[in-house]
Ligand binder design. Structure first.
Ligand SMILES: N[C@@H](CCC[C@H](N)C(=O)O)C(=O)O
Length: 289
């Protein structure tokens, strides 16, 4: 058995990922191995990990194999599994292009949140069809230290709490996950976005991601923020019949989000591969013990 495992490193608006190509789903990646790889001091470092597997070879994706050849087996930096990662799927597409497995244009990628259509543009940006947002009813509150804010519950396949704040600095250091209530709103935890206005249909966010901590971008979070901001502004494309586009600044760049009258959301932004290397299999096995 080979003692080396190939990896790449990539990011989308500085939401960074360790990429492990494994077409046959032959590499064991238990949560401790993922956490070791994502560790920024003792490992490679990343907000999450993209395990690249043929859909037909992964038990969670076989039912999507006819539509999408590749499955994004996404993990958070702590090793936990999440339903969807918006920046991850754009970086995943960039990896497939980098590896010569796809070319510019449209492709389908299987995720735990269903099959997503991705467009690799000539200019280098990557657009992904993120599906529709769900807006569960009910009041939600999030806190940081002594401060609390009402938050909008938005589900983009994964759960988000979107709080409008006066100043992004009010979110503090965000070392810890912001407490939320009621607990029943998010039985599996939540990603929390803090948002300020920057101009007409233009906002900026900071995010604390479930399973990763504060990150410099979150694609599903940016979509949740665009929808929450639109509704706050009284904008609903399903009512007006016209698409609504929001620019969302994140600490690591800018994402552009469009919600269409049928509720479908598209997100566009950069996705970059920055490095390639090899993981020592013995180290990984011992780190995972
Ligand atoms: N960074 C991601 C979201 C990753 C999953 C999230 N941490 C969760 O647990 O739901 C994105 O770009 O969407």
């Amino acid at each position: 058995m080979t003692t080396r495992i190939a990896f790449l490193k990539g990011h989308g608006t500085e939401n960074d990922f360790v990429i492990v190509p494994d077409p046959e789903n032959a590499i064991d990646l238990p949560p401790a191995a993922v956490a070791a790889l994502c560790d920024r001091r003792a490992g490679i470092g990343g907000d999450g990990l993209l395990h690249v597997v043929r859909s037909a070879k992964h038990p969670e994706a076989q039912h999507m194999a006819a539509e999408a050849e590749w499955f994004m087996d996404y993990r958070n930096g702590d090793g936990s599994v999440a339903e969807m990662c918006g920046n991850g799927v754009r970086v995943f597409a960039r990896y497939l292009q980098h590896a010569g497995l796809v070319t510019e244009g449209d492709l389908a990628i299987a995720t735990r949140g269903g099959v997503k259509t991705v467009h690799l543009a000539k200019d280098g940006d990557v657009t992904v069809g993120m599906g529709k947002a769900r807006l569960p009813e009910g009041d939600v509150q999030v806190s940081v230290g002594e401060r609390s804010w009402p938050a909008r519950n938005v589900n983009m396949g994964n759960p988000h709490a979107v709080a409008f704040v006066e100043d992004l600095a009010h979110a503090g250091t965000l070392y810890d996950a912001p407490p939320f209530s009621p607990a029943s709103a998010y039985p599996d935890g939540v990603n929390v976005e803090f948002v300020v206005d920057r101009g007409p249909r233009h906002v900026a966010l900071r995010v604390h991601e479930r399973g990763s901590g504060e990150t410099r971008s979150c694609g599903t979070g940016a979509c949740a923020v665009a929808v929450a901001t639109a509704r706050r502004d009284g904008v609903d494309p399903a009512v007006t019949g016209t698409p609504a586009t929001y620019t969302v600044d994140v600490p690591g760049g800018t994402l552009v989000i469009t919600e269409r009258p049928d509720g479908e959301i598209e997100m566009t932004g950069p996705a970059v591969i920055v490095a390639e290397g090899e993981i020592d299999r013995e180290w990984l096995e011992s780190a995972a013990r």
